[in-house]
Design a protein around this ligand. Sequence first.
Ligand SMILES: *Cc1c(COP(=O)(O)O)cnc(C)c1O
Length: 350
Amino acid sequence: MGDFRDNFRKVVPYVPGEQPKKKVIKLNTNENPYPPSNKVNEIIKSFDNNKNKLYPDPDCTILRDSIAKRYGFDEKNVFVGVGSDDVLSVAFLSFFNSDKEVLFPDITYSFYSVWADLYNIKYRQVKVNDDFTINKEDYYSDNGGIVIANPNAPTAICEPLEFIEDILKNNTDSVVIVDEAYIDFGGVSAVELIRKYENLLVVQTFSKSRSLAGMRIGFAIGNEELIKEMNDVKFSINSYTLNQVSLVSGVACIEDEEYFNETVEKIVNTRERTKEELKNLGFTFTDSKTNFIFATHKDLFAKFIFEELKKKDIFVRYFSLPRIDNYLRITIGTDEEMDELIASLKEIIK
Ligand SMILES: *Cc1c(COP(=O)(O)O)cnc(C)c1O
């Protein structure tokens, strides 16, 4: 006799950062500290709720059009999903069906190995250097696909465009996914390379630079063939992904380029100032081009600082994982929030 439990899939899920119920200084999940564009507020206020009785447009046309225009592509080159997690998951399912290993760094977004395990995709986690930089040559071997987060998370390191192009030049036989969740905070996007490399898929999100983590909007830009493949997979799982409100909110958000630039600039300025303050307190960190800082302290254990900050209702992210278990990932908040963080760190360190 068997047991129905024997047939459970038994996955080891991704563990998201904590969303505390009480009000804290929340620097643990890389959300944007500033509110969404006012254009998003306006569109939500004027939204006719009667529309919700109908299914949304399964092709997400208005949002794909809007993203395509913003990045200089055709709507056939754009796929949208329920956050970039959804987009990446569909991409893994669509493109990684090889007997060869999919390659990604050992220190990177931990969701990649979760999807690979879930979908039975063979993969190898390629060791990054001790300074957390990636060796592009490690990705020149035969493979079933490549995933690079650029900037990488949680290391915050951003590689230049030539680095991505070198990987593409040496990989014409598999799909290369570049996850650009943090690209707006100081990196150069690989989207233009899509015109040259038909196996490149660039994935971005509205969750970080566009202050819409709660709305769940992500997108991919790539060759028309890649996007068609992803749509075939999406329509094999769930045709109606983005809801009516998300679709119109996403469009409104894209239309407010001025607010987007302003917000990103504020966060970058706060980041650079915070780097100085952390340095004075004895922290070292990678040269972040993201909305977070990946820092370690010369005397105190990261786990201790993490716990002490939590007692003071300041949440940062700590990963109990090999090689990075003495680091904190600190999201850039408002200037006031970072002032409180620094004041608390001073108390903890003295
Ligand atoms: C935040 C993040 C995502 C997912 O963001 P969504 O909210 O699902 O759009 C994907 N990749 C990386 C590297 C991230 O940090």
